[in-house]
Design a protein around this ligand. Structure first.
Ligand SMILES: O=CC(=O)O
Length: 449
């Protein structure tokens, strides 16, 4: 039977050092159950290893397998409808046999390569989607099980797809899923061509998208607000406390012998109790941050924005103030606005010079809203007491950057929404936005262009 079937198929397998087959442990990758169960015993792996999603390596033989870890491109739930189960078993077996002889470069696999004509025709009539990143499993599962699309993806989460490859891969696609590292501009949209109708970004921010170009071409855009609000608010509070109570300095001192006797003013910081917290850009995230800070006995919340936002403000009893008042009154100033041409470098010398020298500046929105040279000056001169940044320009911030030399500056690598549940929810929302967009239906979260 196996000789008859000369196919490359799209089953998820990976090979560890000992050439045993590692089975991905995530059930979502096997919507119809792990197809390896169909294998004849002589082809079954001797050892069953699992994919350790945290370590990104085979948990059995400890070999990093993520590069060889391939998702099935075809919906596994759809394939059995198209093929007889015997043939399907044969396909799996053949793929496994090939894998055991030699590691075939997985990117040489084609989506429909080798499938019988009818199946190829059916597959090729499905809208084509390119995904610029190995996004979390929830989203891939939704796309895979929908049976509505065929997709190809940049099979890594560790490095972004190179621009040249991206420009190649988007040619002729009907829809695109991207993350915030991909600049979606005229060049990319031209490379994609007129088939592109839907863009779904797995992010709440959209400063990486050229909205004007997208609008001009009638491309609909989905994004992922709300599902990340809790995670971002939580991280903002953590960063604020880490900065104001000098936790990084403190752990460093404890670890490196700086911890002498108990001292009366050593490592003192600033507390939230009785403080005024200012929010620059009041939206869902600003409200969620304030709700979390309130139990710390904050005295007053103030905010500024392009205009008062009474409905949101009433949720946290926040007072609308001017930018100058925000700067001069805030003990803690947290930036929550989107990066737009209007907000670029809005946190600059002018703002810092009006802040108290006991105040703490926090930014979890986008690095572009801060003039980093001015911030360095304000921190190193003692104009402000400290800063906590989850976002910078560029990202990653080079380790030689002057901000890294300052004890009163805490820098995180853009992790505000980085919880497993939130990243999966973002992935799922991005997938659902895309499918709805392709069907011509309203997306769950769509940008008004
Ligand atoms: O920064 C993260 C996002 O925009 O989702």
């Amino acid at each position: 039977m196996y000789n008859r079937i000369k196919l490359r198929v799209c089953v998820c397998v990976c090979v560890c050092e000992a050439s045993n087959l590692c089975q991905p442990s995530l059930p979502s990758y096997w919507p119809n159950g792990n197809p390896l169960r169909y294998l004849p015993s002589e082809l079954l792996p001797k050892t069953t290893h699992t994919y350790d999603t945290h370590q990104k390596r085979c948990s059995g033989c400890k070999v990093p397998v993520f590069n060889r870890f391939k998702l099935n491109y075809i919906s596994l739930s759809k394939v059995p409808d198209l093929l007889s189960s015997t043939m399907w078993c044969g396909r799996v077996a053949l793929r496994v046999a090939l894998q055991r002889i030699a590691v075939v470069p997985l990117n040489s696999l084609s989506i429909t390569g080798g499938l019988p004509g009818a199946v190829q025709r059916e597959m090729s009539s499905l809208p084509r989607v390119y995904i610029t990143r190995q996004i979390p499993p929830e989203g891939l599962k939704i796309l895979s099980e929908s049976g509505q699309v065929q997709f190809d993806l940049w099979d890594s989460d560790d490095v972004p797809v190179p621009r040249k490859e991206l420009l190649q891969k988007v040619k002729g696609v009907d829809a695109l899923v991207c993350v915030l590292t991909e600049k979606i501009d005229a060049e990319l949209l031209d490379a994609a061509g007129p088939n592109l109708k839907v863009l779904s970004t797995m992010s709440v921010g959209f400063d990486h998208l050229s909205l004007e170009e997208l609008k001009k071409r009638g491309i609909r855009v989905g994004y992922t607000p709300d599902v990340l609000t809790d995670s971002v608010a939580e991280l903002t509070v953590a960063l604020l406390l880490t900065t104001s109570r000098r936790l990084i300095e403190a752990t460093h001192e404890a670890k490196t012998g700086g911890w002498g006797t108990w001292r009366t003013l050593w490592l003192c910081g600033y507390e939230l109790a009785n403080s005024t917290v200012g929010i620059l850009g009041l939206g869902r995230i600003g409200v969620a941050i304030a709700e979390r800070l309130k139990p710390f006995k904050v005295k007053k919340f103030i905010y500024t924005d392009v205009a008062p936002r009474p409905e949101l403000a009433s949720l946290i009893d926040a007072e609308y103030v001017s930018m100058d008042e925000l700067a001069s009154q805030s003990d803690f100033l947290t930036v929550c606005c989107a990066l737009t041409p209007e907000t670029k470098d809005i946190c600059n010398k002018d703002l810092f010079s009006k802040m108290k020298n006991t105040s703490i500046f926090i930014n979890t929105s986008r690095g572009g809203v801060v003039d980093q040279e001015d911030l360095y000056e304000a921190l190193s001169s003692g104009q402000i007491a400290g800063a906590g940044l989850d976002v910078t320009v560029p990202e990653p911030l080079p380790t030689s950057h002057p901000l890294f030399t300052l004890n009163n500056c805490v820098i995180l690598p853009h992790i505000a929404s980085a919880s497993y549940s939130t990243r999966n929810a973002m992935s799922a929302l991005a997938a659902n936005n895309l499918l709805l967009g392709l069907k011509g239906q309203p997306m769950i979260k769509e940008l008004k262009l």
